[in-house]
Design a protein around this ligand. Structure first.
Ligand code: IYR
Length: 228
C-alpha cells in the first residue's frame, strides 16, 4: 500500500468530566440558535463573515476537494436583484398570484406552522447574504473537470459549521432555499458546474423579531438516537 506523507495529530487532553461539561455547554449554546426571518439592517463586520467562511472551509470533504464556493452579497443593488428574482419564483411556489401553487398541498400544509410566504424582505434588509454553491466538478484546482465526491454531504457539513460560527459570533442566520434557485448562478457570476445550494442570510435580529413556536419543538434524544 502506498503511504502518503503524514503529520502528527494531537488534541489537548481533557478529563471525562471536562469532556462532558464542554459537550453539554456547546449543545446548550447551539440549542439557542433559531432560524430568523426578521433582520435588522445594522451593519456587521466583514471580518465576522470572513472568519465564519474560513471555519466552513475547514470542513471535511470528499477527497479533501473542498467543493464549495461562498458568494458574499453585500451591495444593495445585488441584494435587491436577488430578492426580486427569488420572490418571482416564490410567488409561483405559493400560488401568490391566484394560480395553482407549484408546491403541492402536502408541502404547503407542512409549511403552515412556519408562516412563510412569497415575501422575502430579509433578502434586502440583512447586511449579508452568503450564497453557497456546491461544485459538482473541479477538484482542488477548480478546473471544472476533475470529479468531486460526496458533494452535497461535504457542503452540508460546511454550512453547519458556517451557521454555528455565525451563531457563536452573536449573528442571526437564516438558511434560505428559494425554489427553484438556478437564478443564483447568474446573479453571482458562477460557472455552470456549480449548483446553488442555499442562501445563508446573516445579520442581527430586528428589535421586534419573532420565531414560530413550532421551531422550538425539537425531537428528544431517545427519538433521534439509538444505541446498538
Ligand atoms: N422556499 C420557500 C418554501 C420553504 C420550504 C421549506 I422545506 C422551508 O423549511 C421553508 C420555506 C420559502 O422560502 O418560503
Amino acid at each position: 500500500m502506498s503511504r502518503s506523507e503524514t503529520l502528527p495529530y494531537t488534541l489537548a487532553p481533557l478529563t471525562d468530566e471536562e469532556a462532558i461539561a464542554r459537550a453539554e455547554a456547546m449543545a446548550e449554546h447551539l440549542k439557542q440558535r433559531r432560524t430568523c426571518r426578521d433582520f435588522s439592517s445594522e451593519p456587521v463586520p466583514r471580518a465576522v463573515i470572513e472568519a465564519a467562511i474560513m471555519a466552513a472551509g475547514s470542513a471535511p470533504s470528499g477527497a479533501n476537494h473542498q467543493p464549495w464556493h461562498f458568494a458574499v452579497v453585500e451591495t444593495a443593488a445585488k441584494k435587491r436583484a436577488i430578492r426580486q428574482a427569488a420572490e418571482a419564483e416564490e410567488r409561483q411556489f405559493y400560488g401568490a398570484g391566484g394560480e395553482t401553487p407549484k408546491a403541492g398541498d402536502a408541502w404547503l400544509a407542512a409549511l403552515a406552522d412556519l408562516g412563510t410566504d412569497a415575501d422575502k424582505p430579509f433578502l434586502e434588509n440583512a447586511p449579508f447574504l452568503i450564497v453557497v454553491f456546491a461544485q459538482r466538478k473541479g477538484g482542488i484546482a477548480e478546473d471544472g473537470q476533475t470529479q468531486n465526491y460526496y458533494v452535497n454531504e461535504s457542503v452540508g457539513i460546511a454550512c453547519g459549521m458556517l451557521i454555528s460560527t455565525l451563531h457563536e459570533a452573536g449573528m442571526a442566520t437564516l438558511t434560505h432555499t428559494p425554489s427553484p434557485m438556478g437564478f443564483l448562478r447568474d446573479a453571482c457570476g458562477r460557472p455552470e458546474w456549480e449548483k446553488p445550494l442555499m442562501i445563508v442570510v446573516v445579520g442581527r435580529p430586528a428589535a421586534d423579531a419573532t420565531v414560530p413556536a413550532h421551531a422550538l419543538k425539537k425531537k428528544p434524544l431517545n427519538q433521534i438516537a439509538s444505541w446498538l
